[in-house]
Design a protein around this ligand. Structure first.
Ligand code: SF4
Length: 75
């Protein structure tokens, strides 16, 4: 399984994550930050538990994020 965490309060809205992993990320029209699709939000941190197939795309998102607010872990 893969756990993806988005420290959304740090997001600067560059949309790079959406460009490299559009199946998992979308831009939020209300505040211009990105959202991790299907995640739960608490204290402006989003978390999604998903399968291993999501690992590579989200690792790319984490790598391109200029403020390092995406964390991807296998467990
Ligand atoms: S790449 Fe990072 S800073 Fe840019 S929109 Fe995605 S989460 Fe936000």
């Amino acid at each position: 399984m893969v756990r993806i965490t988005h420290y959304r309060y740090k997001c600067i809205g560059c949309a790079y994550c959406v460009e490299v992993a559009p199946d998992f990320w979308k831009m939020n029209e209300n505040d211009g930050k990105s959202d991790l699709i299907g995640s739960k939000t608490k204290n402006n941190i989003q978390m999604l538990i998903t399968d291993d197939l999501s690992f590579d795309a989200n690792m790319r998102a984490a790598e391109v994020c200029p403020v390092s607010c995406i964390k991807v872990e296998k467990y």
